[in-house]
Design a protein around this ligand. Structure first.
Ligand code: AMP
Length: 284
């Protein structure tokens, strides 16, 4: 696997490859890699001739400076996992490489309602930061296919919108990968490393909440509030101390549904200890 730390090195390498008409798949990450990230690498490997992964903890997408400072970093383990999974190229830039002129001149993106709903409402500036870095990365890598995880449900919608609005990026295909979970249902996340053993155990309440909600819905309950209220109680009983949102939404518009109508996705964001976990579950 090639590891490039500068844009110039990466671009020089890609220039020679592009002429061979390889299909390039790109998996952007913030590192502390787990099986969720690796499933996207595998998806890229099976769809494309060349797979590029980036690891960059992007400061502009953190609305909470403590979250940024505490974001886990396991770079040696990440490199060896990517090698084991036959990733072709790792791009590992520094902050100054990605933002040579500082953060002042960053572009801003027209994201409409996506910015005021759910994650947008609770993490001001987050999606602007995500767009800033992914826009830079996509212009650099110019992949044919971008691989994103459904775990970050709203992020997929935001990035699809950003890509569709850009003349340079418009032709990039976006493919999504299913959320990979631990055996007990907890969605894999780099932030899970920051949970204490007790919190790690209690965090399974999210998946249990999804399953219980699904059961009640299958029993005929279609009132969203009647479904999400017990879910909130389950979380509070399991040491979650703040719930940003639990809602049933239409997956295309992301608008809340008062009564469940398929397609419907249950979305949740909640704090346990210092860690904010997000997850979603599609009702079927
Ligand atoms: P992150 O490193 O958290 O920014 O995530 C990088 C990519 O991996 C994003 O597209 C995420 O949606 C995706 N991802 C994160 N966790 C999971 C998971 N448990 N299953 C599948 N994809 C994931």
């Amino acid at each position: 696997m090639y590891i490039f730390k500068t844009k110039n090195e990466l671009q020089a390498h890609l220039q020679s490859i592009r002429n061979t008409k390889e299909t390039i798949g790109f998996v952007p990450t913030m590192g502390a890699l787990h099986a969720g990230h690796l499933s996207l690498i595998a998806q890229s490997k099976s769809n494309c001739n060349l797979t590029i992964c980036s690891i960059f903890v992007n400061p502009t997408q953190f609305n909470d400076p403590k979250d940024f400072e505490n974001y886990p970093s396991t770079i040696d383990a990440d490199i060896s996992l990517l090698q084991q999974h036959a990733c072709d190229i790792l791009f590992l830039p520094s902050v100054s490489e990605m933002y040579p002129n500082g953060f002042q001149e960053n572009k801003s993106y027209e994201l409409g309602e996506l910015e005021s709903l759910w994650e947008g409402a609770h993490r001001p500036g987050h999606f602007q930061g995500v767009c800033q870095v992914v826009d830079k990365l996509l212009n650099l890598v110019q992949p044919h296919v971008l691989f994103l995880g459904e775990k970050d449900f709203q992020q997929v919608a935001v990035l699809k919108k950003m890509i569709s609005q850009s003349t340079e990026l418009r032709n990039i295909q976006v493919l999504t990968g299913k959320t990979i979970r631990e055996k007990d249902g907890l969605a894999m996340s780099s932030r899970n490393m920051r949970l204490s053993p007790e919190e790690r155990q209690q965090a399974t309440a999210i998946f249990k909440g999804f399953k219980e909600l699904e059961k009640q819905w299958k029993n005929g309950q279609i009132n969203a509030e009647a479904l999400t209220q017990p879910f909130s109680e389950t979380l509070f009983q399991n040491n979650f101390h703040k719930i940003d949102y639990i809602a049933c939404v239409n997956p295309d518009s992301l608008q809340a549904q008062e009564t469940i109508q398929l397609p419907s996705v249950v979305i949740v964001a909640a704090f346990i200890g210092n860690v904010r976990l997000i997850d979603n579950f599609s009702l079927q």
